[in-house]
Design a binder for this molecule. Sequence first.
Ligand code: ATP
Length: 294
Amino acid sequence: MTNTTLTEPAIRLAGLTKRYGALTAVDALDLTVPAGQILALLGPNGAGKSTTTEMILGLARPDAGSAAVFGRTPTAAVRTGAVGAMLQNGALLADVNVSTLLKLMHGLHAHPLPLDEVIERAELAPLLRANVGKLSGGQAQRVRFGLAIMGDPRLLLLDEPTVGMDVDTRRRFWATMADLAHGGRTIVFATHYLDEADAFAQRIVVMNAGRVVADGTGSQIKAVVGGRHVTFAGPHADWADLPGVVSASETAGRWTLNCSDSDAALRALLPHPGVRDVEVTSPSLEDAFLELVA
Ligand SMILES: Nc1ncnc2c1ncn2[C@@H]1O[C@H](COP(=O)(O)OP(=O)(O)OP(=O)(O)O)[C@@H](O)[C@H]1O
């Protein structure tokens, strides 16, 4: 490892763009991920998360802009073993058992983690004799995870890693990730779940339509996309000026307050005469994304 690679960010994307025909899947993305950071890429279906991940791995070629990984081209970085990846539905050899697959892949790495450690971290012991082609969705994800960490990479890229995992497996998965992150690894994962991003990532980048629409800590992002709505019937007033309220709108006598702090908003709202039928709702993440890009 040279001094340059030590000081280089894990990922530097500059004007990164990918088009599929008339569709711009990733739109002039600028993003720098310092080494050691745990970052969640959050966004609805089609936001461009997978396409971005593929370009960081050198699996898709940008139409414009560039992606650098530890100061190198993605292909060069992957070749040095610095990057491990877990892709959505990444193909696994179907006609072998898990043990054979692990041994095969282990032999391909220059400085792999000991196989026992891979098996323990990915909880693969009960699956070793199972045929890879017959694994459930969640079991296959665990095998993909084992393969991703096998080369002891400094950067882990995980595309919706917990899809198909049950609640318990999901919780243990994130505990293992937290453990791996303590070793100073950079971890970038794509997810649809704000809670998952908030619980595990130090930084959340929200994408929509190929662009970054928000970038911050979990609490910063939640204040924008996770804010609750308070709706009620009541008279015209400057409801947007109440504490904890970001904006107010009215349709047919019913008000909707978009809140950064719905508790504070309710405390201020409820004493007002004429306020009735009060409801507190959480907008869906999809709604929140639409608000962000409006
Ligand atoms: N190979 C491809 N050919 C054509 N269009 C593609 C291709 N891959 C992705 N797209 C399109 O690019 C856009 C971004 O897709 P991408 O898979 O990167 O989004 P995503 O945020 O990962 O979505 P999801 O959460 O559903 O995985 C989508 O509109 C998708 O249909």
